[in-house]
Every structure is written in structure tokens, then in C-alpha cells.
Design a protein around this ligand. Structure first.
Ligand code: ADP
Length: 485
């Protein structure tokens, strides 16, 4: 079949700018589609990290001011190992240090409507006959609210087919009504079944309403977001578009997340060479200031510390861990009260509980490898990457049965051990007690070395490569291009 011309529009891309799973997906999925022979280009803001990584990237297009509130900008062309990148260069909007969405105080940048309005507008333009490049996309693939407004222009003015992928529906990009004119959208777009959402303009709602096809990052989350409890107000719209919505489980970048070759680790290991994993536990205990011992399991956490991730449950039962006995290593940042709670826990149990507040890619790899078991009791989890990394690293995860966690983690039971799918522990409910029971079950299983090895190997042997997901996205693009029903 004919290769597709795809524009992948994103507000983050690992390793340069990453706040969560979208950054990893943006690094891996376009690369997989590129390898599959498609003509794909990634559009993202020329943040300082990208300017630094590609200092000589030439300007390939000058784009004039496209609306009263949108400044002129240009596109720089770069290549990431053969994958073409288009960097949206507008220093007034993107040349800022730190988090791509938040200022130094942790508040949203006040001009985010303009910043990501421009990103969305340019994404749409590259899918239109007026594309400033000698290239026009057949499909514009938008990701989360920051690029989800692009389908609006494609809908009103014509152009490429569009896809919106929801990586987290809790973030919706809502701004005042005046944003409509500021971004140059037509007055008639102000309808509840177009861009208007409870008196505001919502980027995400606009995209979910107007894109040709929709997806999210796991089959279970695709069902859940049609339910009021998970849909953050958008469930009715998603039920209305259920026929155009599918869940495609993210893959894992198996080059970066491979315990046999991971340069961050003290020792490489594999499913048939598990003994070498122990050296990573010892090294992690030493690095985190934990007592170096082999007689108790070490639980690991790598997470944004937010209500979504359910780590308040762990804070509630954390004091019991030392008595189990077990150890805990936490890496994360976010909610200040939660950060303080984990710090306090570590102070109460020195040598048994250790906490690092911050973002540290290398330490994240070492926790995946050095911990015995990974704790991820999320209240909702669109896909979740860390549980997949844990499975690959022989570090069975403890999860709630939600979203991508439900699609990847199989609770240990007689049946699932028999059919070789058992690979972790699933909470029965969302209470601290449910988490405690799961921690105890994991602890018990860990003491049975043969059982534990079977659970580890089941997880390590599961295929989480991007190949299947990339093929599913191509099918999604082809559906988006098919004449509308
Ligand atoms: P989300 O996107 O909701 O934050 P995911 O599990 O999908 O959750 O992806 C989180 C990604 O961010 C993973 O790659 C994880 O390793 C990484 N990550 C989260 N917090 C940290 C941290 N403090 N340090 C390093 N990596 C982190």
C-alpha cells in the first residue's frame, strides 16, 4: 500500500522535553512509522533543549502572523537519526527554561492559549494546500490538548484528515471566549457541538468533536473515558463518537528500556540470566542510602506525585512496610504535601525507606532494575509506561485494574500461573487496605524464589514493542482518510 504523509504534532518529545508518557510516545511511535516506510515528520516547538541539540537546523519556512493574536514564526528542519523534525521557532513563546507548560512557580504560562494555539494552527497549515513547505500532510496526528485544536481549522477550511489521540483526558486546554478571535477561528465555531465547552474554548473538546478519527492509549481507557467517572465531562461526546474511537496500547522503546543493554545499570540481565539483577538491587540500596541487605523485598516507585497516581494510599500504609519487613525507594515530584509526606516517611525509617524528590532519568532506570517489585496504584491510568518497563525489567508491578494497567498486568493466581500469564498483583479496590493486602501478597510471593522467578519471567517475555501499535495507527490513519460515512 502507498506510504502515508503524516504530520505528528506534539508538545513534547523525549529525550529533549518530557513531562510524562506523551514524551516517550512521541519519541517512539514516529520512529516506528518511519521505519515502516511512511513519510512522517514530527512538529514540535523549538524549546531551548531542541535549539541546543540542533544548533545548525536551517529555516525551511517563514510563516507570517496568521491571526490577530498569533505572532509570525518559522520552521527549522532537523533530523533525529533519519526521522525528520520540524521545529516551530518563535522565541517569544517557546524560548523559556524549565517545564513546557508551567512557569517557575508551577502555574500555567499565562499565554498557553497562544503558545499551543500557534502550534495547532501551524500543524493544520502543514495539512493544507497553503502549506509553507514543499510538502503537505495527508493526515495530521494531534496529541492531547496542546495540538487538538488543529482539526478545527482543517474542518472549517479543508485539508488533511485528522486524528486526535488522548494521552490524558484530565487536561483539556480551556480558555476564555475571546481566544476564538485571537486565534483566528470563525465566529460560527462557537457552538456546543464544535469548540465551545461550558462557556470556554476547549482545545481538547474541539479536537474530539471535529477530528476525523480518535484514539486513546489503551483499550480499557477507551471504554473508561466514555463513563462519567473517568471522562472529566467529555464522556457524552465520546459516547457520541464511540464508533470513531479506539484504544491502541502504547509500546515501549525496547532499545532504551532493555535490562540486558541499559547503560545506566550496574549489571545487565535477562529473563534467562536473572541472577545478575541482584547486583542492581545492591547498587540501588547503596545509591539511595538504604541498608544493603538481601533478606527483604525492595518496593520501587517512579511517578508524578499526584492524586491520579494513588500514592496517597502508599503514604497511608507506608509506615507498615518496615515491619513487613520490606524496603521502599521512591523517585518523584509533584504535589507538595505528598512530597513532604514521603520525605517524612523516609526520615522515620532511615535505611528502610528512601525518597528522591526530582526528575532523574538514570535513577528511574536503576529503580526499575534494582527494585524487586514496582508500586503503581493509579486511580486512572490512560496507558502507563512504568508498569511495562517494570515487566520488562523483571520487577513485577502492583497496580489497580484501570486503563492500561488492566490491559498489561495479570494478577497472580493458580489459573494465571498455569497459563503463564501471571505477571503482577492487582488491587482489589481502591483503598489503603487493598494496597496493603497486595503489598503483603507480593512480599509473600517474593519469599518463594521459584514462584517469584516464574512471575518475573512471564512479564519479561511479553512483547511490548511498538511494531503492533504502529500497524494499528496506520489502520487508524487509513480510516481517517476514508470518505466520511
Ligand atoms: P504519566 O505520563 O502519567 O506521568 P507514565 O507511566 O505513562 O505516566 O509515564 C511516565 C514516564 O515518566 C515514564 O517514562 C517514567 O519513567 C517517567 N518519570 C515519571 N516521573 C519521573 C521522575 N521523577 N524521574 C524520572 N522519570 C520519571
Amino acid at each position: 500500500m502507498k506510504p502515508l504523509a503524516i504530520l505528528f504534532a506534539t508538545s513534547e518529545m523525549a529525550p529533549w522535553v518530557k513531562t510524562g508518557g506523551l514524551g516517550d510516545v512521541a519519541a517512539a511511535l514516529p520512529a516506528a512509522l518511519h521505519r515502516a516506510g511512511h513519510d512522517i515528520r514530527v512538529l514540535l516547538p523549538a524549546y531551548p533543549a531542541l535549539k541546543k541539540a540542533f544548533p545548525t537546523a536551517p529555516a525551511v519556512a517563514e510563516i507570517p502572523a496568521l491571526a490577530p493574536g498569533l505572532p509570525a514564526c518559522r520552521l527549522l528542519a532537523a533530523q533525529d537519526g533519519g526521522l525528520p523534525l520540524l521545529l516551530l521557532d518563535c522565541p517569544a513563546l517557546f524560548d523559556r527554561p524549565g517545564n513546557p507548560y508551567l512557569d517557575a512557580n508551577g502555574d500555567d504560562w499565562t499565554d498557553n492559549a497562544i503558545r499551543f494555539g500557534l502550534l495547532s494552527r501551524v500543524a493544520a497549515l502543514i495539512g493544507q494546500a497553503a502549506s509553507p513547505l514543499a510538502w503537505q500532510a495527508d493526515v495530521v496526528h494531534c496529541n492531547d490538548w496542546q495540538t487538538a485544536l488543529a482539526p478545527a481549522w482543517l474542518h472549517y477550511e479543508g485539508g488533511a484528515a485528522s486524528v486526535v489521540t488522548v494521552h490524558n483526558i484530565a487536561f483539556q486546554g480551556c480558555f476564555g471566549r475571546d481566544t476564538l478571535g485571537v486565534l483566528g477561528l470563525p465566529e460560527h465555531a462557537w457552538r456546543f457541538d464544535h469548540v465551545e465547552y461550558h462557556g470556554q474554548l476547549s482545545f481538547l473538546k474541539a479536537g474530539l468533536q471535529l477530528a476525523s478519527q480518535l484514539s486513546t492509549v489503551s483499550p480499557t481507557y477507551a471504554r473508561e473515558i466514555q463513563d462519567e467517572h473517568f471522562g472529566y465531562g467529555l464522556a457524552p461526546l465520546l459516547r457520541h463518537r464511540a464508533g470513531d474511537l479506539r484504544g491502541i496500547l502504547n509500546g515501549v522503546d525496547t532499545g532504551i528500556w532493555n535490562p540486558a543493554t541499559d547503560p545506566a545499570l550496574a549489571a545487565g540481565y535477562a529473563a534467562n540470566r536473572l541472577a545478575a539483577k541482584r547486583a542492581n538491587k545492591t547498587a540501588l540500596q547503596a545509591e539511595m542510602g538504604l541498608e544493603v541487605c538481601a533478606d527483604r523485598p525492595l518496593f520501587g516507585v517512579i511517578s508524578r506525585l499526584t492524586h491520579q497516581k494513588g500514592l496517597d494510599l502508599l503514604l497511608t500504609v507506608g509506615a507498615g512496610l518496615a515491619q513487613l519487613p520490606a524496603q521502599l525507594a521512591v523517585l518523584g515530584s509533584g504535589d507538595k504535601a505528598m512530597e513532604a509526606g514521603f520525605r517524612e516517611l523516609a526520615e522515620r525509617f532511615p535505611g528502610q525507606i528512601a525518597v528522591r524528590i526530582g526528575f532523574d532519568e538514570g535513577l528511574a532506570h536503576r529503580i526499575e532494575a534494582g527494585a524487586d517489585c514496582f508500586v503503581m496504584p493509579s486511580r486512572f491510568e490512560p496507558c502507563g509506561l512504568n508498569q511495562m518497563y517494570s515487566l520488562r525489567y523483571g520487577t513485577p508491578p502492583i497496580v489497580r485494574a484501570t486503563g492500561g494497567l488492566a490491559d498489561t498486568v495479570v494478577d497472580v493466581s493458580a489459573d494465571t500461573l498455569d497459563d503463564k500469564t501471571a505477571n503482577g498483583f492487582v488491587l482489589d479496590g481502591d483503598t489503603p487496605h487493598a494496597l496493603w493486602v497486595a503489598l503483603e501478597r507480593a512480599c509473600q510471593a517474593w519469599h518463594d524464589k521459584r514462584l517469584w522467578q516464574r512471575i518475573q519471567q512471564n512479564g519479561m517475555r511479553r512483547d511490548f514493542s511498538w511494531q503492533q501499535a504502529a500497524a494499528d495507527y496506520v489502520a487508524l490513519y487509513r480510516d481517517a482518510l476514508a470518505p466520511r460515512h
